[in-house]
Design a protein. Sequence first.
Length: 87
Amino acid sequence: MPNPKRKRAVKSLPHAYEVKAEIFNATLAKAKSALTLQIYRKDLKLGELQIGRGSLFWVGARRQSAKRIHWGRFAEMMDRLAYGRDG
């Protein structure tokens, strides 16, 4: 008779995404301080996200310039994405 408390073995799958982090000035309290995240899917770089005090910057893998997004705008975008158009 099978044991009902016994958990089924789960196969470990390779991670589809990898994020590499680099931080300048760990407190992020001064100007020119930021957390930089390089985002990969398998071995393909998707882009780079630089997070600072006033805003964040996104640079796509095949782009040369960064797109600046202020925190208020970012919050609106995430709310719309997570909760739908009207929240």
